[in-house]
Design a protein around this ligand. Structure first.
Ligand code: FES
Length: 135
């Protein structure tokens, strides 16, 4: 890890597995970084919400990460498709790349974002940057 790399300071409560239906997702933000987790086959899979193609969030609506068949994660920008359990991109402009997984801690039915894992770089907010430039 380079010296400028920030990490998750502490464990963050995410959810109880029983809070989610099969293929339902939950979103969270830690230090301005967005993440999501989705339940599949009684397991929780969590990723930083940043498409490897352009580094922007996958979803354009809260909680909407799946393709029409509900079988794969899909980026709303250019349609990249990802395996839910591995985050591997199997179609679209970043095929072969993958979402960055998040380490979870489990305590019974409760899941936490584990401390001490790397935080991704902050997303650049182009709108805010453009408005700043106008000042
Ligand atoms: S930003 Fe996700 S496919 Fe282009």
């Amino acid at each position: 890890m380079d010296n400028n790399q920030q990490s998750v300071e502490r464990d963050y409560f995410l959810c109880q597995l029983s809070d989610l239906e099969e293929l339902q997702s939950i979103e969270l933000e830690i230090d301005e970084r967005k993440l999501f987790a989705i339940r599949q086959d009684n397991q929780l899979h969590a990723y930083w919400n940043s498409c490897p193609h352009m580094g922007i969030p996958l979803n354009w609506m809260p909680g909407k990460f799946l393709d029409l068949d509900g079988a794969l994660l899909q980026c709303s920008a250019h349609g990249a498709l990802f395996q839910i359990d591995s985050g591997e991109c199997i179609g679209g402009p970043c095929a072969g790349d993958r979402l960055t997984p998040i380490s979870l801690k489990q305590d019974g039915d409760q899941y936490f974002i584990a401390a001490d894992q790397p935080l991704p770089a902050r997303l650049i907010n182009l709108r805010e940057a453009a408005l700043r430039d106008l000042d």
